[in-house]
Design a protein around this ligand. Structure first.
Ligand code: SAM
Length: 216
């Protein structure tokens, strides 16, 4: 497995800091799209899963009044970087980050109004189980937005190596989510990116929107 492949899954060391800066920049449009799909309301408490260096929190918090944000990530380095970059917001008591192992989200049931995750589903161990875990921490009618790049696009990238990366179609994710979430809609988007050779390439990505509906 290439070093970059593993760094994208779980950034670590000096190189991990560089990779996280590059990711936050390259994935800016996807992150912004995911946040916009949350349909945020004043006072919402937002959960993000796999935030990387969390260089986007200032933009998120400016979307509505008195938002609160909690981030969870499997990389201790990303927790440290996210805390460093967002120190002011942490001191204000509106932002926190928690490390976890990728299985049990360290929050109580029915805790968050909304949740989102960008470019992480490729690394989830058991997506069907983890989707139910996200469901657990959301309040009733809570919205979850899952944003990920098109599998055919991902296969063109040299560092996207299986089994570290697992690629899904939106239909597969809808099936995996059906035991807990109500699938609401999917939005497809394309953007132009410069690759390492400075060539313009088109990236297709999706934001899938799910809602927590209580089973009666
Ligand atoms: C490819 S980066 C994406 C970072 C950011 N969301 C973005 O789109 O730029 C993957 C991030 O998710 C984290 N990660 C990987 N697997 C995870 C999991 N199962 N749960 C939470 N975070 C995870 C990594 O540590 C890393 O910070």
């Amino acid at each position: 497995m290439s070093e970059l492949t593993e760094q994208l899954r779980c950034p670590n060391g000096e190189k991990g800091i560089e990779v996280s800066i590059m990711m936050n920049k390259t994935n800016r449009t996807m992150i912004e799209h995911s946040i916009n799909c949350l349909d945020l309301k004043d006072n919402d408490h937002v959960l993000e899963i796999g935030h990387g260096n969390a260089g986007h929190i200032d933009r998120l918090l400016s979307k509505k009044d008195t938002l609160r944000y909690s981030g969870v990530d499997i990389s201790p380095l990303m927790i440290a970087e996210a805390e460093r970059i967002n120190r002011e917001f942490i001191e204000m008591g509106v932002v926190e980050f928690r490390h976890y192992e990728g299985d049990n989200i360290p929050y109580d049931n029915n805790y968050f109004d909304v949740a989102f995750s960008v470019n992480t589903i490729y690394f989830w161990k058991y997506p069907n189980v983890f989707l139910c875990e996200i469901f657990r921490v959301l309040k009733d009618n809570g919205r979850f937005v899952l944003t990920f790049a098109d599998a055919d696009f991902m296969r063109t990238l040299p560092y996207v190596e299986e089994p570290t990366f697992k690629l899904y179609t939106s239909e597969e994710i809808e099936d995996l989510s059906s035991s807990c979430f109500n699938f609401e809609s999917i939005i497809e988007q394309t953007e132009m990116l410069r690759n390492k050779l400075n060539h313009l390439v088109e990236r297709k990505f999706y934001s899938m929107i799910f809602v927590k509906k209580q089973i009666v």
